[in-house]
Design a protein around this ligand. Structure first.
Ligand code: ADP
Ligand code: MG
Length: 588
């Protein structure tokens, strides 16, 4: 594998100059692979299908070109409509549009999400808005009401199409696709390509350009790979603990943006490390100098972006820390390949935030290597190392004879004041630390994210699925780790499984992947949810409205209701549940 990847910069993709300005102010250095491939097609108005894992920068892959094309145009009607599976994702996309379009003062963005007040949405639509981002159900509502008109629509984006399918929104999505003008560009993004999504694409997209970002990779066997669960605000503390407790030589820390390399290097310097930033904004001569300093040991830590560190060959690099997870497994492999050079042993440590879980799987799957979990070094771990290092430096000073000149003075003082020699030594140590403690304390950690839900996801996927013989499996009680709840909305209120999945995913923040079997009875429904729901979420769910009913969620006591047999059983939105996991299997 070559260390040199040829990748265009953002400026060669056909984006508007104001957008480029925004990108550089955001510290985005290079387009991610999906961005590099998709943006030119998006700019030219072609229909596209983009398949790449979460966290690979798909939002910018459509938002940047669409802003470039339409943000400067004056129109009082929707020009761009983005459909996203959940409120959270829709709001995230809206925020991205606002951020990326900040140099277009006239640009108007609205989010139309379920579970939110209609009034501001109606007002925004009346006042005129060009970029509409919403969840399928609410978007259809507005279309039906006549408050959202699609006759001037220039581009429809389906973000996370497979997730919309899984949540049972496929019919709504299709209805929207049918309502767009014939010339409307369609961009479909999905992490996987289940057959129903493929069918939609075949039916509604015109000669689409398909881009699949496959990560093909291989990692050196001399590199020990570990990951550490952290939340974003814990990253710096975690980095320091890792640096203190890991026996290291040279270290490269990878961060996602140029700005964050500088900020992190500054923080590390402040904490007493010999660190320096390396990014594409730093003049070439200075970059070379920095690398030279690392080679010679005048600095120990480089905080780098991918571009700046590409191909870097410094034998003394013992550790690569992925402070921000890379966009794809290939980049990961490039990064960790900076260590374990020339047959030496190297260590790669990956910081994984709850949002990054899926990227971790991709990395494991693509590299065909298990990345082992490492615990956050405890205060005790750190303190043991600090004490040992301190005592070692005392031994060194003693052996060097440098303590001699102080001896007479201290001897006199000790005799006069009759100080215990140990007290004297301890006082000098305290002086050295300027009143600071040598020891650190453990702060309460934010809750560690549950083990990535892949296994769980697969388990949930199979739950309630029709068996091959076509027979329904109907467990009487929820599976282990799940609790069965009863909801006061049923068949007679017109509820569909997708409404329940949508409401719970949106209102309880439970990933739809973790929502289990749903059964709909005439008067009520049951749903299996992961054990351990917080009482806050529980109380919130009580009041959520679905199909005109408040859920009034309550534990179902673990047994299936005895009344009438379910009218409509589990498969949500008619999607065979095996589709998604199978499609997530290695694509080699
Ligand atoms: P996806 O939609 O594929 O899950 P996102 O669009 O949400 O991924 O992007 C993930 C994160 O990466 C976001 O925080 C985004 O700001 C950041 N990001 C996207 N593109 C770039 C880039 N080219 N350089 C640096 N950061 C980026
Ligand atoms: Mg996304």
């Amino acid at each position: 594998m070559s260390d040199v990847m040829t990748q265009p910069g953002f400026d060669s993709l056909g984006l508007d100059s104001s957008v480029l300005k925004t990108l550089s102010s955001l510290g985005y250095e290079t387009p991610s692979p999906i961005q590099a491939e998709m943006i030119p097609y998006m700019v030219s108005g072609r229909d596209v299908i983009g398949q790449a894992q979460t966290g690979t920068g798909k939002t910018a892959a459509f938002a940047l070109p669409l802003i470039s094309r339409y943000a400067g145009e004056s129109s009082s009607q929707a020009q761009v409509l983005v459909l996203a599976p959940t409120r959270e994702l829709a709001l995230q996309v809206s925020e991205a549009f606002v951020t990326y379009g900040k140099h277009f003062p006239a640009m108007k963005v609205v989010s139309l999400c379920g579970g939110m007040d209609y009034r501001p949405q109606l007002k925004a639509l009346r006042d005129g808005v060009q970029f509409v981002i919403g969840t399928p159900g609410r978007v259809i509502d507005h279309m039906t009401k006549g408050s959202l008109k699609l006759d001037t629509l220039k581009c429809l984006v389906l973000d996370e199409a497979d997730e919309m399918l899984r949540m049972g929104f496929i019919d709504d999505v299709e209805a929207v696709m049918k309502s767009t003008p014939a010339a409307c560009q369609v961009a479909l993004f999905s992490a996987t390509m289940p057959s129903q999504i493929r069918r939609l694409a075949q039916q509604y997209l015109k000669d689409p350009k398909e881009v699949t970002i496959k990560a093909k990779t291989e990692t050196g066997s001399t590199i020990r790979q570990r990951y550490l669960f952290v939340s974003n605000h814990e990253k710096f503390d975690a980095a320091v603990r890792v640096l203190e407790t890991e026996k290291h030589d040279g270290v490269i820390i990878f961060a996602r943006t140029k700005d964050s390399t500088v900020a992190l290097a500054d923080q590390l310097k402040h904490a007493g490390y010999k660190a320096s930033a390396l990014n594409g904004d730093i003049p070439q001569a200075q970059r070379e100098q920095t690398v030279e300093q690392l080679k010679k040991g005048r600095i120990d830590i480089l905080v780098a972006t991918d571009v700046a560190a590409r191909g870097l060959d410094v034998p003394r690099i013992s550790h690569v820390i992925n402070y921000d997870i890379p966009f794809d497994a290939e980049t990961y492999v490039h990064r960790i390949g900076r260590t374990g050079r020339a047959g030496r042993q190297g260590d790669a440590i990956l910081f994984v935030t709850p949002k990054d879980k899926r990227l971790l799987f991709t990395i494991e799957r693509v590299t065909r290597q298990k990345v082992e979990e490492m615990p956050l070094p405890t205060a005790k771990d750190v303190n043991v190392v600090r004490e040992a290092r301190f005592l070692e430096s005392i031994d060194e000073v003693l052996a060097s004879g440098k303590a001699e000149p102080f001896r007479a003075m201290l001897e006199k003082h000790q005799a006069e004041k009759e100080i215990n020699p140990l007290d004297l030594a301890a006082s000098i140590a305290a002086l050295l630390y300027k009143g600071q403690s040598l020891h650190i304390k453990d702060v309460p950690r934010s809750e560690r994210p549950a083990r990535p839900a892949r296994d769980k996801g697969v388990r949930v996927e199979t739950r309630g699925r029709r068996s091959d013989s076509g027979e329904k499996r109907k467990p009487a009680v929820a599976e282990e780790g799940m609790v069965r709840y009863k909801l006061q909305v049923g068949k007679k209120h017109g509820v569909k499984p997708s409404n329940i999945v949508g409401a719970i995913a949106n209102e309880a923040g439970i990933n739809s992947r973790n929502i289990g079997r749903i059964e709909i009875y005439p008067e009520f429904s049951t749903v299996d949810l992961p054990d351990g729901m917080s009482s806050k979420v529980f109380q919130h769910l009580q009041k959520v409205w679905v199909s005109g009913q408040q859920l009034e969620i309550a534990k179902d006591g673990g047994s299936a209701p005895r009344s009438a047999a379910p009218r409509s059983a589990a498969p949500r939105g008619g999607a065979p549940r095996s589709a998604a996991p199978r499609a997530r299997a290695p694509r080699s």
